[in-house]
Design a protein around this ligand. Sequence first.
Ligand code: SF4
Length: 212
Amino acid sequence: MNIIEIFASIQGETSYSGLPTTFIRLAACNLRCSWCDTPYSFGRGTPWTLEAILDKVKENGLRHVCVTGGEPLLQKEVHVLLSHLCDAGYIVTLETGGSLSTQDVDPRVVVILDIKCPGSGMSDKNHWPNLLLLRAFDEVKFVLLDRQDYSYAKEVCDHHNLWSLGCQILLSPVHGQLDAQELVGWVVQDRLPVRLNLQIHKYIWTPETQGV
Ligand code: SF4
């Protein structure tokens, strides 16, 4: 598999925020979100064998493993990797940009599904059938650039009745572009059953720091 980096840090977002985690960042992405914070993942990466990846994860010795990108579902071998990680007893999350089908993902994996809003420039790439595959322990993430994105997220949740699924719905302001206080004001005013998703690694380190 082509890998950008494997590192140990704390999970910076989702409801797993703050938990020590091994990250496996797979190379390449089929999208180009306007606010992307990991453009270094667009490259070809370095080839790693499945065994070498599993050895590295074991060496890190952490219970949580997050497979991310780029877009991890671009590499078909990711499914074998995910299943091996589950077999080994790790709590595994998969972060996907939401443009490719999640139907072949091992059912033991927690899917963190992005739904791209207009501000990303990629909202026409959302693979809507993925919403039908969501389980209560999966999470849906909207990254918001502005008020228009917030309204879009609400409309998507209403239209697809995501509120009834029981899964976490994460609203994440684009760091440095949408004021979190403003977003909190909208959420509280509308009484939305969502979770504010701040990327805490950008507060612990600088927003540009890689490998954290
Ligand atoms: S899907 Fe993720 S990695 Fe790809 S361009 Fe968007 S933010 Fe960047």
